[in-house]
Every structure is written in structure tokens, then in C-alpha cells.
Design a protein around this ligand. Structure first.
Ligand code: BTX
Length: 323
């Protein structure tokens, strides 16, 4: 808002000094109550302010952000993240990615937002994406593969994110087919792969990655508290999101190039080494019904194989899995 801009300008022009509520009110041209209200909003957005009696306020720390500059600095990829679109608030980064893909955005273009008002999951579900806490990112890829192979990209991304989280935090996430990444049984990441394709050719694949990074338990609505976690909850410290984004882009690019060169097989082996459900009894809920049985692994195309009690092997293309 206009008032927030004036407030930040006031602090900018008075660097080392404290600014009293009255002084701020005079500079900005509003009441002291309004100043106080805006200071509280800055705090909610991650600014740290010191308040000293009779002297006033001073900003001691600005919040971390995931702006294009912050992500670009030190990013060592060739393709992924060479074009970065950054937004403070969006409905969904997927929506923007679809538009940019139609406008011929180059492969590797990424869209990052601090907050999504209508973050989406699979099958029109919601993805909770509160401000300044997580990584809400879409990546545009243009691989030369037939449309049925597109789900492989979900699995490639899952491996990349697991490896990045491992390196970044020392935690050991696991993958639940097809697209959930769990830590201690709770969801820390969701991946949504969407396609733009002609009859026999993919024009672009848009990979949405949502990672819970700095949320606290109380940041989740009640229904999510039992099933969701964040990296910060699991490793008990605050993390720099921009650094994790860089690591993810680097890992994803390596695996993507490996995939284009050698095919899915090397990825399949990696994926299975992180998979939680392989060898276990699971229930797969599909649109047409439930299948209960032992998860055997995935096919070359990333399709889940489940063996039921009669020994019949089912191929599952899309489902929710219960362990
Ligand atoms: P999904 O359909 O597998 O998971 C959605 C389900 O996960 C919800 O129904 C809810 O139960 C639970 N859930 C919602 N929000 C969270 C959360 N923050 N943490 C843990 N569990 C949650 C997963 O879909 C795919 C999500 C992709 C999100 C990215 S973010 C960037 C991009 N833009 C966009 O709109 N979506 C993607």
C-alpha cells in the first residue's frame, strides 16, 4: 500500500536512527494508531523491529524473500531458472506458467510467488500456500517425448526435490507414489505436472512444486495439522528458501539432462530407492474403485504395479495411496 511505501521510505532515509510513532505519523501524514497498525503488519510479514521507549522504532532485520535476484545469485544451471518470473501474490503459479508457455517462454522458465490464493493440487484440490513461508514454484519444460511419458517428469522432480532437501537439511524424505514427499509420515511437498500437447506431441510440461519450508504448526489450518509438516518443523530451524530453490533447480536440471540422454531407467532406480511404498501393502483409490495389494514397483513409464491377493498385477495410472 501507499502508506507502507512511505513507512519504508521513512526508515530508509533515517538508517541508524530510531523513529518515534509521532515522527512517523508526521512524515507519512496519518495517525499514530495507523502507524502502529502498519508496524504490526510489517512484523507479520517477517520484518523485525526494535521498539525503544522514548526513542521509537528501528528496523533491525528485513525478511528473506525469493525474488528473481535472490534466486539468480549463485545459480549454476544452464537452462532451468535462466528466466525467472517473480510475484508477491498470485492465484496459482501454474496459471501464469500456462500463459507464459503459450507465449513461447523458453524452456527452463520458472515462476515463483511468495503466496498463492488459489494454489492447486491434483483433481481440483487446494494447496495451502501462505505468504513468505514456502516455495511455490512452476517450471516450464519442453522435452521431445510423447504425451504418455509425461508422468515420468513428476517422478524425476520428486527425486530432485528429495535429493535437494537431503543435502540442504540432512533430513531423509521419502516419496509416496506418485507425487507426495513425506517426512516422518507427513507431507512436506506436493508436485503437480500439467501438459500442453497436440495429438502426438508435447508442447510444454508445467511442473508445479509446493514445498513447506518455514511454516510453524499453527500456520496450518486444523485439517492439515495432522497430515502436513514443514522442513523447519522437522529440523527445528529457519531456512533460506532461495538457497533451497537453487539446489532444486540444479538437481532437477542434472536429472532432466540424464533422462533426455539415457531414458527413464536410471531415474527409476533412484526413485525406487526413495519410495516408501514399494514392497508394502497399500490401498490405491482410483476413480473407478479401490485396489488393495502389495506395491511391486513402477514400470518404465512410471506406472505403479500392485499385486492383489489372487496374484493379479494391476497397473495404476492415477490414484491416491494409503499405506
Ligand atoms: P495433491 O492433490 O496430491 O494434494 C492436495 C492435498 O494435500 C489437499 O487436498 C490437502 O489435503 C493437502 N494439502 C494442501 N495443502 C497442503 C500443504 N501446504 N502441505 C501439505 N498438504 C497439503 C499436490 O496435490 C500438488 C500440489 C502442487 C502445489 C504447487 S505450488 C506451485 C504450483 N502452483 C499451484 O497452484 N500448484 C503447484
Amino acid at each position: 500500500s501507499e502508506l507502507r511505501k512511505k513507512l519504508l521510505d521513512a526508515f530508509t532515509n533515517n538508517e541508524a536512527e530510531y523513529l518515534s510513532g509521532q515522527h512517523l505519523a508526521d512524515i507519512i501524514g496519518c495517525s499514530r494508531t495507523a502507524v502502529w497498525k502498519h508496524i504490526e503488519e510489517l512484523r507479520k510479514d517477517g520484518f523485525e523491529l526494535e521498539a525503544v521507549r522514548r526513542k521509537g522504532y528501528k528496523i533491525i532485520k528485513v525478511p528473506e524473500r525469493v525474488t528473481a535476484d535472490e534466486v539468480r545469485l549463485g545459480l549454476s544451471t544452464r537452462v532451468l531458472g535462466r528466466d525467472i518470473h517473480y510475484e508477491e501474490t498470485v492465484d496459482s503459479t501454474q496459471k501464469i506458467a500456462h500463459r507464459l508457455a503459450n507465449e513461447d517462454a523458453p524452456e527452463g522458465t520458472i515462476i515463483i510467488a511468495e503466496e498463492q490464493l488459489l494454489g492447486r493440487g491434483r483433481m481440483d484440490r487446494r494447496w495451502h500456500s501462505p505468504k513468505y513461508t514456502g516455495i511455490w514454484m512452476s517450471v516450464i519444460l519442453r522435452p521431445n517425448i510423447p504425451p504418455p511419458k509425461a508422468p515420468q517428469l513428476t517422478l524425476i522432480t520428486a527425486v530432485a526435490v528429495v535429493q535437494a532437501i537431503e543435502d540442504f537439511t540432512g533430513l531423509s524424505p521419502q516419496i509416496k507414489w506418485p507425487n507426495d514427499i513425506l517426512i516422518n509420515g507427513k507431507k512436506v511437498t506436493g508436485i503437480l505436472t500439467e501438459l500442453q500437447a497436440d495429438a502426438d506431441r508435447i508442447t510444454s510440461i508445467i511442473i508445479g512444486i509446493g514445498i513447506n519450508v518455514n511454516q510453524k504448526v499453527e500456520d496450518y489450518p486444523e485439517d492439515l495439522q495432522a497430515i502436513a509438516t514443514s522442513l523447519s518443523i522437522e529440523c527445528d530451524k529457519k531456512l533460506q528458501r532461495a538457497d533451497l530453490i537453487k539446489l532444486i533447480l540444479q538437481k532437477l536440471e542434472q536429472l532432466y539432462f540424464l533422462y533426455l540422454e539415457k531414458g527413464f531407467y536410471p531415474i527409476k532406480l533412484l526413485w525406487e530407492s526413495y519410495a516408501i511404498s514399494i514392497g508394502k501393502y497399500i490401498t490405491a483409490r482410483t476413480i473407478t474403485g479401490s485396489i488393495h495389494g502389495k506395491a511391486l514397483g513402477i514400470t518404465e513409464d512410471g506406472v505403479l504395479k500392485v499385486e492383489d491377493d489372487s496374484g493379479k498385477v494391476h497397473h495404476i495410472y492415477s490414484a491416491d495411496i494409503e499405506l
